[in-house]
Structure formats: structure tokens, C-alpha cells
Design a protein around this ligand. Sequence first.
Ligand code: FES
Length: 579
Amino acid sequence: MSSSPFDPDDSADTGGMRKGLTSYGDQGFSLFLRKAFIKGAGFTDAALDRPVIGIANTGSAYNPCHGNAPQLIDAVKRGVMLAGGLPMEFPTISIHESFAAPTSMYLRNLMSMDTEEMIRAQPMDAVVLIGGCDKTVPAQLMGAASAGLPAIQLITGSMLTGSHRGERVGACTDCRRYWARFRAEEIDAAETAEVNNELVASVGTCSVMGTASTMACLAEAMGMTVPGGASPPAVTADRIRIAEQTGAQAVQIARDRLTIDKVLTPAAFENAMRVLLAIGGSTNGIVHLAAIAGRMGLDIDLATLDRMGRETPVLLDLKPSGQHYMEDFHAAGGMATLLRELKPLLRLDALTVTGRMLGEEIERAGPGFKQDVVRSIAKPIYPQGGIAVLRGNLAPGGAIIKQSAADAQLMEHEGRAVVFENLEDLARRIDSDDLDVTRDDILVLKNIGPKGAPGMPEAGYMPIPRKLARAGVKDIVRISDGRMSGTAFGTIVLHVTPESAVGGPLAHVRSGDRIRLSVANRELSLLVPDEELARRARECPITEPTAERGYRKLFLQSVTQADQGADFDFLRAPKKAGS
Ligand code: FES
């Protein structure tokens, strides 16, 4: 009997349109039906016989950071077709920082589930992940890691900088700076409205080393993008060319069956941690790396990160730790310039989506040139890595501080706690003239951890109390179990673990207690005797938050602590032996 084009087994290649047939109890019929439907869109058999490349489209009117998605998709499709594949675009959830309530982090795991299940459910041999805004790249890498197919990340790219009264400005470090000036009554409402027009000068992601830029750099450091994929701004020809190359490379990884587990190895995560430290990257990068690693059955060990931090200087002179913007980093050669400088500290044997090792890619990028955005190891902008890990009786599971963006004078500090029980309490009292606070105190905010708010919002960057701001105070020690935006700066202790909502020691801090912060000793201590803390815990037992239904119920039941990436416990992979 002659072979049938609808026999799902009668092919040397069971990929492409033959993959993952819908369950009708008759596989031949499933393929027959699938082909009939797709032919309704005008496809020929010749097209349908090609390797299928899924393209996760995260364009959304609510996401200006992905405003170039249509142009990127055109270019990816061109690259796929030039390389002999069939591009198939599909939508997933898209998340923007300013358009997601209560916080984008609450939805990251949902986006990762959407991405994973759509990659699994639909026939594709490889997938191009188009992401950019803070939570999208980690969500896509988490989902793709769990789905296990060949995958390649395409970053949307950073926005252009704007200009306000002769000063260069960009989101969102300058957003915070101008807002702080408005609160301190240094500028009026009219100027605030004026600068509001200039802070985001085009579509694309935030133009400083915030979480989006951090995750773009980490994705390239982990070998998940084509070389040079992190830095081109969103609206440039370079970005479009990267998209075309990404499409073509996606066909190659499909043919080579270069599955994501071959790229996201322990060596890749080690390189990501090095780069995170060397770029003065967002503290959120740690949470996201822990979540992505968890999907591969790996852990991000905070002690290792801290040890690496002591020997990895900050080389990248970008806001908020330095002076420049992402477009300057791109003009300075982008990640190739950074990786070349960091080479002695990297695992050069880590495989990338090109099928070559990271060390080979650094060699292929050629020699560098004179520039002033990436410093040499001999002349760093900060002698240690951007992030330090703190421990002590206030954070038995660890806490972190972005030391490169903190006030050097406050990093060794003992002070009196001024406690806010939750976000509502903070909003109600922070600007009150009656607030009992001085510049030497330590602001403590509870209940903004993974379960507390919920979703671990970026509220760890508490505003300076208005009466102190008016008196010219620019920084004060702040401690919470929440996160802060990668674009923020200050002496801010974050991710206190375990969080207060599950009964961590933070829950039992009271105004007037004394707290000691020593970044040099990596210490965060509540100077209250253990017996007193135990008494408070007995007097005021903690009830963990719950919900009646829906995603919130799933979230509160399943979200892990910051050191596990605040992923859902049931999405983590079984731990890999020896990890
Ligand atoms: Fe999207 Fe900053 S809001 S990257």
C-alpha cells in the first residue's frame, strides 16, 4: 500500500505539523484535519513540510515596551523563511510594569505557564521568544525551560533617551529622580508635566540597567540569544537585523535538535551570575535566575553569588549605578565588549544557541575599541559586584542589597526602626508631619513579600518621608521583604527571607527596636533578644493570607519564597543530582 501524506508515522521526520496531534482517537484523521484547517489559511503542502518555528508574539497595546513587535515579527519570519523554515506566530500573555495590578510579578508565573503550555500544545520544532519588559523574558525562559524544545530569545530592545531642558533623560531612573524632586518641592507641577513627555522617548524597554536590560544581558550571557542580541535599541536597524538572524538561527536549532537543556546548564547560570554582578544589574535578576534555574532542577546559591560578588567588579557604567544609557552600551560594542573584559571569570565552555561555545563567540567578536562605557577590570566603577547577600537574625534565609547603588556612608549603620505594617500603612503615614522619624532611623516595611502583598511588588524603594525630603535628605536605610525596580537607587535592603506574611522574623519588628546593617560583614541584625522575639511571636501569631478562588488562590497556595525565585512550587523541576 502506498504511503499516505496523513500517516503520522510514515515519515522519517515526525516533527513539524505532525507533532503533538490533537486527540481524536485516530492519529491519521488528526493530521488530515489539522492540514485541512491550516490549508484554509492558504498554506501549500510544500510549506507545511518545512520545520515549523513558533514565534511567541507578546505585542499588546498595553505594552509599549513591546511596541516594535510587528516589525520584529516580520524580520523573524524573513529569517525563518530564508533558512527554509515555516514561521508560525502565536499570541501569549504580555505584561508591562505600569499596566499590571497589583504588580507585574504577580502575573509572571501565569505568563510562564501560558508560554510553556502553548509551546507544548502547538506543533513547532523550535520557538522564538519575543520578550523585553521586565517580567516577560524570565517568564518566557521559565516556560521554555519547562517545555524543553529548542528555544531562542529575541529581546525587543531599549527605548531611546529624551531631553528635558538640555538634560538627557530616560526611564526610569530619571522618572524617580524627577518625582523625588517634585516631592521635595524643588520643581513645580508644570515642569513635572513637561518632563513626563520626555522620559520615554520611543517604544522599547527602560533605557537604564533596570530589570529589562539586566535580563537582556543575562539572556545573552546564558547563550539564549544570537551574539549581540542584548543591546540594540528597539527602533534601530541593528535590532531588526538581530530579529532576522534570530529567525534563521531558530531553524538551525530545530534541525540540530539543540534543546534548551543543552544551553541552560550550570555553566550558563554561573556566567549569568557573573554578568549580573559586573553590570550592576537589577536585584530582580536574582529572583528571576532562581526561578529559571528551578525549572532546570538547579538552585541559585546565594552564598555562591556573594562569593562571586567579592571577586567580580562592576564594569558597566550605566545608570542607576553609573552614568550612561543602554544605547551608549550598544555603541560601545554591547555584550561583546563586556564579555571580552570579563573573560577570565567566565565559563567559556558554555554552549550557546549558535551551537558554539561562549568562548568561541567572544573570539569571533574580534578585538575591542576605545570606549568609556565598559571599564577594564583594572579600573572598575565599583570594586565588588553590584549585589551583596546579607544574613542575620532578621533574615535567616538571606536578604540582598544593591551596594553599587547605595550611599557609601549608610552601608555600616545602626539605627532605630520606624515600622510600617503594610503598603496601606505606609501610604497613610509616610508624608505625615507627625511621623516620628529622623535621617538616622531605618524604615521597615512588612507584608510586601511573595505572599504578603501578594506578588512581591517593587515597593521596597520606600519614598523618603516628606519632612526629611524637604530637609534635603536624599537617602535613608530601608528594609523590606519586597523587591525594588532595577532602575531605583538608595541604601535599600530587599527580599528579606522568610517574609513577614509567613511569620519570618521581620513580622515581629516594632518601632523603636534597633537594627544593625553591615554590608562589609554581610550582616542584617535585629538587636532584640531571642526570648523577646519568641514572646512577640506567641502574643501575635501570624495567619498566612489565603483566597477563595481563581488565580489568587493558586498563587497564595503555591508561591515559593524569594530564594526559590517566587515560582510556583509545582512548576519547579525535580532537583538534578549533584546540583
Ligand atoms: Fe517595560 Fe521598564 S517598563 S522595561
